[in-house]
Design a protein around this ligand. Structure first.
Ligand code: ATP
Length: 242
């Protein structure tokens, strides 16, 4: 198991957001976290990345308990988060944004350029835009840049929050094609996704989170077949892209 989440709890003050979630992921798996707005998906992802403190439970990465570790240390271990809304620095160039992903590895100069070239082989659309300020990229291109930045930290576990949010369908397809290629390279990927059918086409397995708890879990095929159950937990808008 590359990731084991055991009895995870996250609270904002008195408000519980994640209440006793258990998840286990094998290396190379593609995993989807589904659920309504406010279900606790982002909180779960951020807690795994170390961006949010836990109120209970454990997070094991590669068998090591990382629950008390900060986000920086987890990035160095190979856990990388692409947050919702992308968080690209608009005033910096695309190259500078990407370089930040490699910062903790003290990767500079020619080696950095070689690594950027290598990551951008998967995203040729960004190659011509390296010197452009990131704020001038389209939403989809910014999403690709955020993923490229995460890839420059050399992750083994990539956590991606709402990759399709605000993107035109053509860009959503492009982003998911990229995930498919990353997955073929052996990366373990967790996505939080509003578009249920899209997520279930991509993932091997999935959970549905409801009010901070795992309401459903199974293989993507099982969950695709249990549309009735999914309809109970997920809003109809999720099917807009189906
Ligand atoms: P969405 O799909 O809308 O992004 P989500 O499933 O990712 O939702 P979270 O963002 O994890 O859900 O939120 C879970 C719960 O925690 C919600 O009830 C939310 O209002 C609450 N919450 C999230 N962030 C905070 C915060 N900073 N302070 C207080 N409550 C918060």
């Amino acid at each position: 198991m590359i990731l084991q989440v055991e009895g995870l709890e996250v609270s904002y003050g008195e408000i519980p957001a994640v209440r006793g979630v258990d998840i286990g992921l094998a290396e190379g798996e593609a995993f989807a976290v589904l659920g309504r707005n406010g279900a606790g998906k982002t909180s779960l992802l951020r807690a795994v990345a170390g961006a949010l403190a836990t109120a209970g439970g454990r997070i094991l990465y590669d068998g090591t308990d990382v629950t008390g570790e900060g986000a920086d240390k987890r990035v160095r271990r190979g856990i990388s988060l692409v947050p919702e809304g992308r968080h690209i620095f608009p005033g910096l160039t695309v190259r500078e944004n990407l370089a930040m992903g490699a910062y903790h590895r003290k990767c500079r100069g020619a080696r950095l350029q070689a690594e950027i070239d290598s990551v951008l082989e998967q995203m040729p659309v960004l190659r011509d835009r390296l010197s452009q300020s990131a704020g001038t990229l389209s939403g989809g291109e910014q999403q690709l840049a955020a993923i490229a930045r995460a890839m420059l930290s050399r992750p083994r576990l990539l956590l991606i929050d709402e990759p399709s949010l605000g993107l035109a369908p053509i860009m959503v397809d492009r982003v998911y094609e990229l995930f498919q290629r990353l997955r073929q390279d052996g990366l373990t990927i967790v996505i939080v996704e509003q578009y249920v059918q899209l997520a279930l086409r991509f993932a091997d397995r999935a959970v549905v989170i409801d009010k901070g708890r795992v309401a459903l879990s199974g293989t993507a095929a099982e969950l695709r077949d249990s549309t009735e159950l999914i309809d109970t937990y997920l809003a109809a808008r999720s099917e807009a892209l189906a």
